[in-house]
Design a protein around this ligand. Structure first.
Ligand code: PMP
Length: 427
């Protein structure tokens, strides 16, 4: 048909050859960090190249470091039984599912893993995604909509925030673990929305503390929201037998509407899952974009996660050892005047530093002395609350923990004396 109205103005741009993203304004922020580090002569600790299997130790530039930077909580990455399960699955299935499970990528091992996850939680069913991050983005983004409200903890993981943003729902944040503040939001605003989702984590990866899940369940029953718990860091870590934050808090798994977790920590693989009612799982499996339009999880990853569940069930002493290690770290750190914030002595212990560059500097000093612990800086944590984060594993010995704490306290003192003025806990 003939076009009516005035002719459109055609804008043409000259195409520059070479790197067409070199002028991207956002690149500046990325490069500033490196420039500042170069200026003051601090080695950038990110993307450091480690070799070998990440366990209680790791190889770095030909040296063996005591490793506190990996999620290998129960020491199952590299466990012969786990590796053998993955190898057997590769022999049987190849390395890829080769299609979305909806079309031709479904394998028995996928359903076997999902059954194991559902049994672990005592819920109807589970669905496994290829990435933990994509699980939150896809599940939250797909479940919630414009007239809904999503309320989450101020320290909620980026994937929860991105999922909430994507959903188009209204978002509210409450101060970390402050359930009074959450209740206030629900009272003031909850009624104005069609559906309300409250998202928390089972164990917070920045502070190493966990929410009062029993109170959250009571609030759920009172205010009627959907309660979602991200167990990325609490599965196999909290609770006497590794039953997660529900076991830790004496809560029935069925009283949480949406269990989310990852395979990248205790389960030594990669991927994520949602576990819950039959309707929830059915809805996501048949319509969540991150599942429907994405390849099925590599069968070897499913097989190794199943092997991890076997070991978790058979050897609860690993969970006990991990907890003993966490308590040991916190006790030693406090005795040396280090500030561990609200850490409760689990698999994650932060040592609070404050200034980002100081945290980076301290991490570099530690690495020189054989201890691998990474600094966590803004924007992963709020400005001026940089920290060194220690991930413990059941495979660490008390000697390794004591050594790491002693080196940290020593270097911390030296930096303070040198005028870095690092924040110390009140003695
Ligand atoms: N949720 C939480 C709480 C996390 O800490 C992470 C990442 N560490 C994720 C989700 C994403 O999981 P993954 O790294 O397995 O993609």
């Amino acid at each position: 048909a003939a076009r009516s109205g005035p002719a459109p103005t055609v804008v043409t741009r000259k195409v520059k050859r070479g790197d067409r993203f070199a002028d991207l304004p956002e690149l500046k922020d990325v490069r500033t960090q490196q420039a500042v580090a170069d200026l003051i002569g601090v080695q950038n600790p990110f993307f450091a190249m480690h070799d070998g299997c990440a366990g209680a130790t790791i190889a770095y530039e030909g040296r063996e470091l005591i490793n506190f930077a990996s999620y290998n909580y129960l020491g199952l990455n590299g466990h012969p039984e786990v590796a053998a399960a993955a190898k057997a699955a590769i022999d049987h299935y190849g390395v890829s599912a080769s299609a979305s499970r909806v079309v031709a990528g479904e394998r028995p091992i996928h359903r076997e893993l999902e059954r194991r996850i559902a049994d672990y939680y005592g819920v109807d069913d589970a669905v496994a995604f290829v990435s933990g991050h994509a699980t939150n983005v896809s599940a939250i983004g797909h479940l919630m909509r414009k007239n809904d409200l999503i309320v989450y903890d101020a320290l909620a993981h980026n994937s929860i925030v991105v999922g909430a943003t994507l959903s188009g729902a209204t978002r509210r944040m409450f101060a970390h673990n402050d359930l009074d503040a959450l209740e206030e939001i629900l009272i003031q605003q909850g009624h104005a929305f069609e559906r309300v989702l409250v998202a928390v984590e089972g164990l917070y990866s920045m502070d190493g503390d966990f929410p009062d899940l029993a109170r959250l369940v009571k609030m759920r029953d009172r205010y009627g929201f959907w309660l979602m718990v991200d167990e990325a860091h609490s599965l196999g870590v909290l609770g006497a037998t590794g039953g997660g934050v529900a076991e830790e808090c004496g809560v029935d798994h069925k009283d949480v509407d949406i269990w989310m977790g990852t395979l990248s920590k205790t389960l030594s693989g990669c991927g994520g899952y949602i576990a819950g009612s039959q309707s929830l799982v059915e809805y996501l499996k048949f319509s969540a974009p991150g599942f429907v339009y994405s390849v099925g999880m590599p069968p070897a990853v499913a097989a190794s996660a199943i092997a991890c569940f076997d070991i978790l069930k058979r050897e609860p002493e690993r969970v006990a050892k991990l907890r003993a290690n966490g308590l040991r770290f916190v006790e030693q750190a406090k005795a040396r005047g280090l500030d561990v914030g609200t850490a409760s002595g689990t698999a994650i212990v932060p040592v609070m530093i404050g200034d980002s560059l100081r945290a980076v500097h301290l991490a570099n000093r530690l690495r020189e002395r054989g201890v691998n612990a990474l600094p966590i800086v803004h924007p992963a944590v709020p400005e001026r609350s940089a920290r060194l984060r220690f991930f413990l594993t059941a495979d660490h010995s008390f000697e390794q923990i004591d050594e790491a704490v002693a080196v940290t306290a020593d270097e911390h003192d030296k930096l303070a004396k040198a005028g870095f003025g690092i924040k110390m806990a009140a003695a």
